[in-house]
Ligand binder design. Structure first.
Ligand SMILES: Cc1ncc(COP(=O)(O)O)c(C=O)c1O
Length: 415
């Protein structure tokens, strides 16, 4: 028994029962919000019942999730979520920030934020008896689905653009997924995946298209609440959270988590959400700038492959995540993303380009006085740097090669 009672269309507001729909609103294609029985949760749980749970993974929030416990004890599926928070004193000092946290999603089992969505998706697939799970992916969502599915012996099919970084493709293959590289963009892969899922009866995880992805992603908000926000008082200034945005499903999922907590009366101060996009892939930021919820596709080109998206599939809710929380969207250049990778490396955090994008956005927010030293700031690092070593090498000088003797070393060191 879960507290899942239905869906609500984010565009037209129509309500559906759980068995009436699977993906998007049949009337207008709007993304569906999962609706929980908040009253029932309130009757059965207090904050302490959640925070005293001993499961240090996203499964500690099972009472707030629309899925049944998937089992899988002893597997990586049980280890998604509950990622560490670093305070990075060197960053605080450099920018004069009084309170700073970085939540390191690179610590998830397949090394990106996407494990949250995929773990919950795999649980849903088990519950509905789906034999095959499928997703389109720039790489991380696919690796996450392939990894989480492999953990419980589920079959996964992954469509990725052929330009995906080799480490991500290797991950897909190593986890035993059926991998199909598409000679086209992520958006092409996305559309093909939906067609294939319909034709072959596969359960489709496509980001934003499947309402359960945002439910998995909201667990990051639940953790931030438990790890940071529970200590704040109602009069305290809000936490400012920086999130890199591609399809817009991470930021909308994080927003959903905070909205769920608000509905339960468990959140005192709604955080401000800042979405960061690359200038070359800024469809959501453009809509925010133009004060519209109409998302106009772009022709995306950015070094940050994970957020290279022509038509964001969760764009409307992603815009609202900023407008409804008094947040904003900022864009950064690719060379600012590369510089952010190098800067974070020097304080001991290795990020992939999309992971560093949120940090590059914080730097811009500080430069433009959107954020000051007094503000509380949390940056999500959404992916580990080992995911894209080619991009990492752009942030550094190549290491020298010397002959294996002291003379050569001394010559090199100028000693
Ligand atoms: C590392 C990383 N960061 C950020 C994102 C952006 O997430 P979303 O597409 O939900 O906006 C992704 C998506 O693939 C990602 O893999």
């Amino acid at each position: 028994m879960t507290n899942f009672v239905g869906y609500h269309c984010s565009l037209c507001g129509k309500e559906y029962t759980p068995d009436q729909v699977t993906y998007t609103c049949p009337l207008d294609g709007g993304n569906l919000d999962v609706v929980l029985d908040y009253e029932h949760i309130n009757q059965h749980y207090e904050i302490g019942d959640i925070t005293s749970r001993t499961d240090y993974s996203l499964w500690r929030y099972l009472p707030l999730l629309p899925v049944e416990d998937p089992g899988g004890e002893g597997t990586t599926l049980r280890y998604a979520g509950w990622t560490p928070l670093y305070t990075l004193p060197l960053v605080q000092k450099k920018y004069g920030l009084k309170s700073f946290w970085m939540k390191d999603e690179g610590k998830n089992p397949t090394a990106s934020f996407k494990d949250r969505a995929s773990a919950v998706l795999v649980a849903r697939a088990l519950q509905i008896g789906a034999e095959v799970v499928v997703t389109a992916s720039t790489g991380n969502a696919g690796a996450a689905l392939a990894g989480m599915a492999a953990a419980v012996g589920q079959k996964a099919v992954i469509f990725a653009p052929k330009s995906a970084p080799p480490a991500k493709v290797a991950q897909l293959l190593i986890y035993g997924a059926q991998v199909i590289l598409v000679d086209g963009s992520y958006d092409d892969a996305f559309d093909l995946t939906i067609q294939a899922a319909n034709e072959f009866g596969w359960y489709c995880r496509n980001t934003g298209y499947n309402p359960f992805t945002a439910e998995g992603k909201k667990t990051a908000a639940l953790e931030i609440w438990e790890q940071v926000l529970l200590g704040l008082e109602p009069d305290d200034a809000p936490l400012n959270i920086f999130v890199s945005v591609g399809d817009g499903n991470i930021i909308s999922g994080v927003h959903k988590g905070f909205k769920d907590l608000q509905k339960l009366g468990w959140l005192k101060v709604m955080p401000r959400l800042f979405g960061i996009q690359s200038e070359g892939s800024a469809a959501v930021a453009n809509a925010f700038r133009d004060k519209t919820e109409t998302i106009t596709p772009v022709s995306a080109t950015t070094i940050a492959d994970s957020i290279s998206v022509d038509l964001p599939r969760d764009g409307v809710r992603a815009v609202r995540a900023a407008t409804q929380t008094n947040g904003a969207y900022l864009t950064v250049k690719d060379d600012e993303i590369i510089a952010a990778i190098g800067e974070l490396g020097k304080v001991g955090v290795f990020t992939e380009p999309a992971g560093a994008t949120a940090y590059a956005g914080l730097k811009k927010a500080i430069e433009t006085s959107v954020i000051t030293g007094e503000d509380r700031v949390l940056v999500l690092n959404t992916g580990n740097g080992l995911k894209d070593v080619r991009a990492a090498m752009m942030a550094v000088k190549e290491a020298p090669v010397i002959a294996p003797n002291m003379d050569a070393l001394k010559k090199h060191l100028g000693a």
